[in-house]
Design a protein around this ligand. Structure first.
Ligand code: UTP
Length: 474
């Protein structure tokens, strides 16, 4: 151990992490030293005091107002014209290769409780395609549609990088060119016990976890991805999360509005289903857009209503963004980015003083994560577009219940059922209106209503209402 690190550990009262150091072989010693070197020494004590020993103070600004947004359907002639121009602009940006995809897949997926990266989860209702395959097929199809080999940046974490890249390699990159996919790894943060001591996950390792999706920005800088984007003439990043297979990753209207409005970072919003729905709230304070988490918005504000009875704070965030490459470059140029940390109390297995592994049954540790939406107030200009929930947001967080594998599959079925019906195809529905059998349209061939119309016309499909099995078109 270098003298410098030993001194730092002493100064910060964290020497306990070296308790088993003398028992370690050279490789293990080097591994632990590397982890210790990478700790945020400059502000470690401040972090511990602000976020671990004390709960971070959430101050709700006095001037908090609901954020304005563009509605799904234009509400005036001027907006209708703007949307038309925006769609054309979005298509132009896609055709000219100005857009790359940015998917965050570094999370631990603890709620899903699935062994492996979440992206490998078999999500689709008929074929059981994985989330990774589903997105790969979308990207392949968009490539064909716009005549562009889009680059897809996938953020992994140290915990799942190997398994993720192996999965893609095992499946021959799902038909994409290997060079189109760029995997990059996010940073880590150490877990602390409640008194602010660093936890060990093994005698030769700190208990480290991914530093949150806010870590994407600095990770893009560190891995050289921003340079690649620049050299490829890419100006816009379409940001989405691995657990939402419904998301429209190449929406010309969203892209075009973002560009025409000269926004640096834009967001999709959904009308919340109720005052306390667990979505972040788009708010304005001091002229800046910010997201206030559902748990932080005071009840009185969450429940406040407009004269027509609608919720004032109606705009919820499904974590879908467009970011300018130049905005990410600006934020990360110094190699530092100080987004606020968010505290999570979690169960983290650790090595106790006797060197035994303890698997706690209740939360024993504090983890810190930064969130991508905290970059919104740093943007000189922002833009929010409303989207239709049924066409945009089916998060896979849990196995059952709300935001689960079950609800996600139901939403995929329903979206595809409606798509077929809009293409003039009859399907069987139950008395409660739900599709009678699972339906799945492969995004490799059908990605929007026009595709569905053409596909069904070509294959002469007009009535599937007598089919008494699952339906797969692809
Ligand atoms: P969530 O916050 O829902 O976390 O991530 P999660 O890991 O998927 O699930 P839980 O909370 O442990 O159950 C939202 C998105 O952000 C990504 C996830 O992979 C997911 O796409 N993410 C989250 C990262 O890429 N890195 C992180 O550090 C955290």
């Amino acid at each position: 151990m270098t003298i410098q690190i030993s001194t730092l550990l002493k100064q910060h009262r964290q020497e306990h992490v070296l308790k088993f150091y003398n028992e370690l072989n050279e490789n293990s010693k080097a591994k632990l030293a590397e982890q210790l070197k990478a700790l945020p020494w400059n502000n470690l004590d401040e972090l511990i005091s602000q976020y671990v020993i004390n709960y971070p103070k959430i101050s709700i600004p006095e001037d908090l107002q609901p954020a304005p947004f563009f509605p799904t359907e234009p509400d005036s002639d001027a907006t209708a014209e703007l949307y038309q121009q925006a769609r054309a602009e979005g298509v132009r940006l896609l055709q000219n290769g100005r857009v790359s995809f940015l998917m965050v897949a570094g999370g631990q997926g603890t709620r899903l409780g699935f062994d492996g990266p979440k992206g490998t989860y078999p999500i689709t209702p008929v074929k059981g395609k994985s989330l990774f395959q589903y997105f790969s097929e979308k990207i392949r199809h968009f490539g064909e549609k716009y005549g562009v080999e889009f680059t897809w940046y996938i953020m992994t974490s140290e915990l799942n990088h190997e398994a993720t890249t192996q999965f893609f390699a095992d499946h021959e990159f799902f038909g994409l060119d290997q060079d189109q996919i760029v995997f990059f790894t996010q940073g880590t943060m150490p877990a602390f016990d409640n008194s602010g001591k660093l936890l060990l996950s093994a005698k030769d390792s700190l208990a480290l976890s991914p530093d949150g999706h806010g870590g994407t920005l600095l990770a893009l800088h560190r891995c050289g991805c921003l340079e690649r984007m620049r050299s490829e003439g890419v100006e816009y990043l379409s940001y989405f999360q691995v657990d939402n297979p419904l998301v429209s990753i190449a929406d010309p209207l969203f892209l075009g509005l973002h560009a025409l409005e000269q926004s640096e970072m834009s967001a999709i919003m959904l009308a919340k289903t109720g005052p306390f729905e667990k979505l972040g709230n788009f708010c304005i304070s001091g002229g800046r857009l910010q997201i206030i988490e559902y748990s932080d918005l005071p009840d009185a504000l969450a429940e406040s209503r407009n004269p027509d009875g609608s919720l004032r704070f109606i705009a919820g965030s499904p974590a879908i963004h467009i970011l300018n490459r130049s905005f990410v470059e600006k934020l990360t140029a110094s190699g530092q980015l100080n987004l606020p940390w968010h505290r999570a109390d979690k169960k983290v297995p650790f090595i106790n003083d006797c060197g035994e592994l303890v698997n706690p049954e209740t939360p024993n540790a504090v983890k810190l994560e930064s969130f991508i939406f905290d970059a919104l107030p740093l943007a000189s200009k922002t833009m929010i577009l409303e989207a239709v929930r049924e066409e945009e947001f089916a998060p896979t967080k849990n196995k059952t219940g709300v935001d689960s594998v079950e609800s996600c599959r139901m939403m995929l079925i329903e979206r595809d059922a409606l798509r077929l019906e809009r293409a003039g195809v009859k399907i069987a529905r139950d008395t409660d209106g739900k599709a009678k059998y699972p339906i799945e349209l492969s995004p490799a061939v059908i990605i929007d209503d026009n595709d569905a119309i053409e596909y069904c016309k070509e294959k002469q499909i007009s009535d599937l209402s007598k089919t008494e099995t699952a339906i797969y078109l692809g």
